[in-house]
Design a protein around this ligand. Structure first.
Ligand SMILES: [Zn+2]
Length: 422
């Protein structure tokens, strides 16, 4: 299994920045590694060089498990990094580079594992469908969404999926917590338009679209969204109380999240909806009042709170501003009381007896949303043992992203247990 670090390093050296020149060379590399192991990959492109790879490994049961990950990465400014972000350098026991954590490290674990199976003649317990997808760091339109829409048959029989953002270790005091994602907040990216009366900038204001939009965005930004304790977060808080041996005050969750540091970061953004204005466009000349003004808002809503979120947004925007969705995706949640969730926990504990797996909900979104549309229960489970000095959330899309080689090897063993244990 010593292959995992080499594959991770190789994958990092393909610059798959999104937006950028596409995932094709990385996808071809993945397809070649699978072919070498006797696994027949299906390679497809949603657009030029927007390439994804899917492969099925037959198991003892046709009820399939989907293991999905993305080939693209977010941009990196080389000047800010200690090593070049696309060097894939291995030093100090870590593989360095953009994507080490998010999520080429995970892809390399899967690849190393299935290649090892091929060498040892191991067959998984159930069919395993591997998906290496383009475009997760944007909307997934050129990756998961396209795959689900155009190649649905590749996912036949999949009842559960594992993907990114979960199963990594978070050191909180003496405890090693492994959050396993059971849901995500939903996405509501919106374009707002205010329409008014165009005219000369020197005239008394009549119906100024720029001002209307600013008022509406200001109301939205200032809104204090109420705390809503959803089942996934409630279960997390209960688990944290048990692990940390202290009470967490449900009436002061925001303060408690701050007090609890890394453990608190697991629920800080998951206790309310949010709506952040992110872009503004209006006008073309200082002495001309434009007839319209537009703005964009990144909205996120908790599982079960889509309607409440949209009604509140509409009330805050008022009658003079209209909204349309740039992207709307529901908030998926997968059962916590399922035997499969227990298997995820068991695989972690088997490799790290000190592991304390807990359920949690992601604040953002992943490709799991697209697969939820096929009725597949998605869990965030990309097992990784981090050293206590490494902060997962700090490295995610951050500078000096790196992953310990031993942590990757740990992940391979956890996945092996999950996919082959009786
Ligand atoms: Zn990711």
């Amino acid at each position: 299994m010593g292959e995992v670090a080499r594959i991770c390093s190789d994958l990092i050296r393909f610059d798959t920045t999104n937006p950028g020149s596409g995932e094709r060379p990385a996808a071809e590399y993945v397809a070649a590694l699978l072919s070498e192991a006797g696994i027949e990959p299906v390679v497809f492109e949603s657009a030029r060089h927007r390439t994804s790879v899917v492969a099925r490994i037959p198991g003892d049961s046709p009820q399939a498990l989907l293991v999905h990950g993305h080939l693209d990465v977010v941009p990196a400014q080389a000047a800010d990094w200690r090593v070049h972000p696309f060097s894939g350098e291995v030093s100090g026991g870590c593989v360095w580079g953009r994507g080490a954590v998010d999520m080429k490290g995970t892809l390399s674990m899967t690849l190393a594992l299935v290649r090892d199976w091929a060498r040892r003649g191991v067959r998984p317990t159930r069919d395993v469908v591997l998906a290496f997808l383009a475009d997760e760091e944007a909307s997934g339109e050129y990756g998961a969404r396209y795959a689900v829409r155009e190649h649905r048959e590749l996912f036949d029989g999949c009842t559960e999926a594992i993907g990114e953002s979960g199963g990594y270790s978070v050191q909180a005091g003496d405890a090693r917590i492994y959050p396993v994602a059971v849901g995500e907040r939903g996405t509501a990216w919106m374009r707002l338009t205010a329409t008014g009366v165009a005219g000369h900038g020197s005239h008394p204001p009549v119906d100024n679209a720029v001002a209307e939009l600013c008022h509406a965005l200001s109301r939205l930004a200032a809104h204090r969204w109420p705390v809503r304790l959803t089942p996934g977060v409630a279960a997390l808080i209960e688990s944290l109380e048990e692990i940390l041996g202290e009470r967490i005050d449900r009436d002061r969750l925001e303060e408690e999240a701050g007090r609890l540091g890394r453990a608190g970061a697991l629920f800080r953004a998951q206790i309310r909806n949010s709506a952040n204005p992110t872009m503004l466009q209006a006008g073309y000349k200082v002495n001309v009042v434009p007839g319209t003004a537009t703005g964009h808002v990144d909205g996120r809503f908790l599982p079960g709170y889509r309607e409440e979120f949209l009604q509140t947004v509409d009330r805050l925007l008022g009658p003079k501003v209209t909204r349309e969705f740039v992207n709307i995706e529901d908030a998926p949640s997968a059962p916590m009381d399922a035997p499969f969730f227990e298997r995820l926990r068991a695989a972690l504990v088997a490799e790290d007896p000190a592991a304390r797996p807990v359920p949690y909900v992601m604040s953002g979104g992943t490709d799991a949303k697209s697969f939820a549309g096929l009725g597949i229960n998605g869990y965030g489970f990309a097992p990784l043992l981090l050293t206590p000095d490494l902060d997962y959330f700090g490295m995610f899309h951050g500078v000096d992203e790196r992953v310990p080689v031993e942590g990757l090897e740990f992940g391979v063993r956890v996945l092996d247990r999950l996919l082959t244990a009786g």
